[in-house]
Design a protein around this ligand. Sequence first.
Ligand SMILES: [Cu+2]
Length: 139
Amino acid sequence: MVLTRRRLLALALTAPFAGMLSACGGSGGAGRGSSSGSGDTAGSADAPVTEVTVTSPATIFDITTIFVPVGQPVTITYRNDDEGVPHNIHVTGSGLDEKTTLKPGPDVQSLTATFPQAGNYDYICDVHPDSMTGVVKAV
Ligand SMILES: [Cu+2]
């Protein structure tokens, strides 16, 4: 019984995201290449977001794919819950190089950037560039 309820809960939690992904016309990029499978997606190709909050449980970003609109200001808020551990968020790509200041947690910092061209931009934490990585897809 407990197992069944858990399965139902898991289905209920994943269903909205499955719907979002299938709604974006099968571009299929989201989720691929996230090493642990714990990566999440904010926005979609059809409905990009201009505000998003990212955090980093276990020294990986909880959101690893963010869809944003080209040419509009986008605010990415990063919440560092790691007491005494410095992190930041650093976005790079064609025509863009924006970062927040490295600060030990707990801390909340935000970065507002306008993505000048459609395409992929990377974001990392400058202290943990191998594990804290994600991609911003400007559409
Ligand atoms: Cu970090």
